[in-house]
Design a binder for this molecule. Structure first.
Ligand code: PMP
Ligand code: GLN
Length: 378
């Protein structure tokens, strides 16, 4: 058999969560909350089911939900996406990313990916016969080397993928980053795939900088979003894509032959839940408190911290403790110390090691304090 992805290994998220379960370790590896979603949202889904919303949704998604998304994006980003033609509900941001790449990347097209990168981008590019062009950023990943990105652009560049706020580093883009990006792609036909799943989790009074707010980028961008991150429902796999009409037209051709549509009662419930802005506007403060509890609790440990600026991930530098490669150290920490994390190196070019582990702090404070006690003892 000729594999389309000969070099693809089992996802690090599955590897580490399985190891955590096997060894009974505290699991701060795979990114998901250890607390439940709002009972009011669960009630709304139940009511939507009882009201009979149990058959296929429209292929682009429930119209009322698309209208609510349009209003939210207009309010926060200052850009109107037409619910009829520019918004599509997807099976998590994952499907949106897959469809966006599939719809636009042709054989031999180059796609620039900033590393460390979330692990679905490159396999999807490869499956389409495209060529991932990785640009390795420098640890601790607090900024982007746009000169390196500029150097990676060629006449074959079809797409550039960005992720802001950034998983695994917690970096966020500044306005200047988007200005630089706009200047780089101006006059080209390069598309931007902007993965903004953590858009509502930005700390220290900073603002999320969406490509939607920059006209020269919005006109060529597909933006992915996830209700899983925003409403603590990663298991519901509900997200969406925003794009200008002409791009969305092509996006929907692939979406309709991939999943056609998304779980219907969830969409009906989300449309009502989104009517209360507090449900997403309070998320940054909610997670900033968790970040701060975690950082404060490990301040006397031998791990070095650059506070995360967004997402629900905190990277820790363990170079003062050992020179073991990150995958080995993460494995040992899980097996011997009972705490699972993600080695950042797996997201880098050729596994380049930066002696960083990623910890998910979407956890009850009690869990974070238990994790801190383990880290303090190392
Ligand atoms: N992009 C990034 C950067 C992520 O961290 C995630 C979460 N796993 C996704 C996309 C996928 O989101 P979803 O769970 O909604 O499919
Ligand atoms: N986005 C999550 C993370 O980064 C995990 C997603 C997954 O398990 N595939 O941890």
């Amino acid at each position: 058999m000729r594999s389309k992805l000969p070099d693809s290994k089992l996802s690090i998220f599955s590897v580490m969560s399985k190891l955590a379960a096997e060894y009974g370790a505290l699991n701060l590896s795979q990114g998901f909350p250890d607390f439940d979603t709002d009972p009011a949202l669960i009630q709304l889904v139940t009511e939507a089911m009882q009201a009979g919303h149990n058959q296929y949704a429209p292929l682009a998604g429930n119209l009322r939900l698309r209208e609510k998304i349009a209003a939210l994006v207009l309010e926060l980003r200052g850009k109107y996406y037409n619910p009829e033609s520019e918004i599509t509900l997807t099976v998590g941001a994952s499907e949106a990313l897959y469809v966006a790449i599939t719809a636009f990347v042709h054989r031999d097209d180059e796609v620039i990916v900033l590393k460390p990168a979330y692990d679905t981008y490159e396999p999807t590019i490869l499956v389409q016969g495209g060529v991932p062009v990785p640009v390795q950023l420098e640890a601790p990943y607090t900024s982007i080397n746009w000169d390196a990105v500029a150097a990676a652009i060629t006449p074959k560049t079809r797409m550039l993928i960005i992720n802001n706020p950034h998983n695994p580093s917690g970096m966020i883009f500044q306005k200047a980053d988007l200005e630089r990006l706009e200047a780089l792609v101006h006059g080209t036909d390069i598309l931007i795939l902007s993965d903004e799943v953590y858009e509502h989790i930005v700390f220290d009074n900073q603002q999320h900088q969406s490509v939607a707010s920059v006209p020269g980028l919005a006109e060529r961008s597909l933006i992915t979003a996830s209700f899983g991150k925003t409403f603590h429902t990663t298991g519901w796999k509900t997200g969406y894509c925003l794009a200008p009409k002409a791009l969305m037209h092509e996006f929907r051709k692939v979406h309709q032959s991939t999943v056609f549509c998304v779980h219907h009662p969830t969409q009906v419930a989300l449309a009502t839940y989104l009517e209360e802005p507090g449900h997403y506007l309070n998320l940054s403060a909610f997670y900033q408190r968790k970040r701060d509890v975690f950082i404060e609790a490990i301040k006397d440990s031998r791990f070095q911290v650059t506070p995360s600026a967004g997402t629900y991930f905190q990277m820790l530098d363990y170079s003062k403790i050992t020179d073991e490669p990150a995958p080995e150290f993460a494995e040992r920490l899980t097996k011997e110390n009972g705490l699972a994390s993600i080695p950042v190196s797996v997201f880098n070019v050729n596994g380049q090691d930066d002696q960083l582990l990623r910890f998910c702090f979407a956890k009850e404070e009690e869990t974070l304090l238990k994790a801190a006690a383990i880290l303090n003892a190392i």
